[in-house]
Design a protein around this ligand. Sequence first.
Ligand code: NAP
Length: 559
Amino acid sequence: MHTSAHVAGAPASVPTVDVLVVGAGITGIYQLYRARQEGYSALLVEAGTGVGGTWYWNRYPGARFDSESYTYGYLFSEELFDEWEWQEHFAAQPETERYLNHVVDRFDLRGLMRFDARVTAASYDDVAGRWTVITRGEHGDEPAISARFLIAATGVLSVPYVPDIPGQAEFEGEAYHTGLWPASAVDFTGKRVAVVGTSSSGVQVVPAIVDEVASLTVFQRTANWCTPLNNAAITSDEQRQLRSGFEQLRETLNTSVHGFHHPPHDRAAFDDTEDERGRFYEQMWNSPGFTKLTSNYLDLLSNPDANAEWCAFIAAKIREIVHDPETADRLIPKDQRFGEKRPPFVTGYFEAFNRPNVTLVDLSETPMVRVTPGGIETADGVSEFDIIVWATGFDFGTGALLRMGIEGRDGVPLAEYWRDGPRTFLGVQTHGFPNLFFPGGPHAAAGNNPRYNSDQADFITDVLVYARAHDTDIIEVTERAEERWTNMVNRGASSPLSFGESSYYFGTNIPGKPKRYLLNSAGRPKLFSVIADAVANDYDAFTFSKAQAPAPSASAAAR
Ligand code: NAP
């Protein structure tokens, strides 16, 4: 673990780097690797005490991929791909955390990382064309870092949200948010446990702890269209096939619409007969993870009748699995199409409700009133708990960026510039904040995160290299480029069929947050085409200029 207050080899006064990356998650690690590869002096600061980002903070029981492990991991090195044998098609959190630590050590990046360093302020100096960044750790503020380029790889799902339900401070048991899970194991043995929230995180926790608890009460506000993850160990034959097929896998993942390797289906739902559709839905149900979205009927998201039939199939499955008809009925979504929200994938979730010690509380019938010292009160009365698990989501997209005290040109806070929602070009930069980039931030594509985040990190690196080759050091996206991308995102999001407005996609899970679409509504192909245009047009989406003042004298940082 590195908690040193200074950059290796730097004088104590002003650590000075070309590139400062924020966040040691999958994107930040790659961005650091790329920056160093291109010869920039680079440093990475991370609020946690270890590597992993999402896979560091979300260490709750049951946390695992629902993208195939080998499609989520890095593709930039065939040797790395060859030597890391994922154990399961969908790896659990500990394996992923080990993998990311392995990558950091294998590529000798740890010495460029400073942990326990949360960015609390970042201000842009227009004359020097540099960012001054303050971090805070366990022992308070650390010396400011001066960076030419500030690259915030702070993630879209990194600021946990706990609803403002009264009485939480008085709760005498243990309470945890899935996204801020403690490093030390939580002992559920014989405990009365509440899980609040039934989306991707909550539905992973429930079956993972059900064997240990005395009782488990699941508080559901909205049911979700959960389907089986269909995880399995990777056999030695499959390991061999993965290695021999690496080039093709990389090509598929680097070019596919959503960053997955599953091919799209070639038929619309009603091209098939009823019998054929029944067999196809069964096949989908038994297919791994996201295939239910990526390889389902072509018109699943555009034809309400096709979507309704698939939903009816899932509802019948839920009724088949869950013995109590009332519980089954409550677990079936009534108000959303499949794919309108990000679908969770499960192992043993519905089955858990057949246990005598598991209860489902439908908050739409009996709303939560308060947390009491001993438990949770709903409109139906008080239930006693030893542990409450808040699986209640995140301040998505803009959450982390708006909490870093970022001030751009003329001291304009990012929080002010984005008061009505994010404005970006390609989800990588915003006007008035020169030399600040945010790969994997708001307005990025939707799909397998690491794939399009690395598209962005590569693009950012290319822009930096272009600026250097043209003897410039200040890069700023034009207002026009930003406006076009932002308008495109907002226009696309008004499509009536494809998007759930009552979800974190629009920020509507956070009280008071402006309702704006926070992904790239045109997806990865649009990202590709606009990147290609930007390159073909000599990066004219940006202005490039020369700083008027030299960098602070205390230059530093290992390469
Ligand atoms: P989420 O999808 O935002 O779900 C939050 C849950 O909390 C929802 O069930 C929500 O109910 C509930 N909730 C929020 N406020 C509440 C309140 N006041 N009272 C009661 N319930 C409340 O968050 P998440 O489950 O952590 O997942 C977030 C994202 O993280 C996922 O979409 C996915 O991208 C990622 N993730 C991935 C994996 C994986 O398998 N790889 C696992 C976990 C998470 P409503 O629906 O009614 O708002």
